[in-house]
Design a protein around this ligand. Sequence first.
Ligand code: SF4
Length: 361
Amino acid sequence: MVSLGEPKWRGRQLAEALYHQRIVDVEGITTLPRALRQKLANEGWGVGRPRIAQIFTSVDGTERYLVQGQAPDGLTVETVWMPEGDGGEAGDGTDDSGSVKADSSSSSGRGWDRATICVSSQVGCAVNCQFCLTAKLGLQRNLAAGEIAGQVVAVLDRQGVEVGKDRVNLVFMGMGEPFLNYDNFMAAVRLLVEEVGLSPQRMTVSTSGIVPGIERFAEEPPEVRPKLAISLNAPNDLIRSKVMPINRKWPIEAVVDAARAVRLRTRERITFEYVLLGGVTDQPEHAAEVARLVRRTGLPAKVNLIAWNPGPGIAYSMPQPDAVETFRRTLAAEGVPVYLRRPRGRDIYAACGQLKRTVEG
Ligand code: SF4
């Protein structure tokens, strides 16, 4: 608005119209004078939210969306709606009891009592984790702040979510490495907190371990700082460097050191995400090593286990169910809080590490 020669407070009115009233055309913003609306339209400005171009629905109720990015390239990104969450994130600073209902019945009558939205931060990804389909795309481009926040608003609208009333968690764990698009990612978080009214304590951002990003994140004020998850995925540097080549640049100790600077809220914990790869990272001795590693950090932490979801062209195998259970039990016996994330939407390629279809068309 300032760049258009308008007073700054016109920007506030615009934000109010976009995010509170969720108006989808310039003409509808009646708080702005008619002449200004006309000027905006004449200059080609538009408002609205990203269009959901395609929807895939899983037998488990999960929905995967291809969300249209901004022109000119019109690339789509992927956003996932998981009714009843996936057992890994409570999102409100409390423990997730893991007692997620087996069926999708709910007291609300809508099919869900709580839900998690998995949000993308980039089109593709440059990090190259060996188990991840998104990595195969390489990085196409960063998403703008409006495109990141827009995914959330589009899904809130589609699902009829009442902000402030419904229990909805956000996980920034979709396509991309949020900390390699740091400014836009945090600008999106601020929009979602300050304009949409979502709580940062119900948001979790997952990083592959981008140390400069974690250092910046540690400086964010608690009013807008989501919770932090570190994608660990291996018990030691040797294995991690093979599974996640980024580890050669920032090894585990450097990542943990950076995470120590985050001033945690009461009862907040850092999450270590751990993808179990059959025969590679899922052995009992790996579990014991992870337990030692987590304890050694001295951080209030929990571990989220994810059984690897298969994808074409990736030479790993799924862990055996009994290996998963042994791993979980070993961590629990060592006193490490551990949760097993349910695979959601595997049949529609919506599960962790499977987001890729976008650019393939
Ligand atoms: S797991 Fe995340 S950081 Fe790693 S390649 Fe996939 S999208 Fe990128």
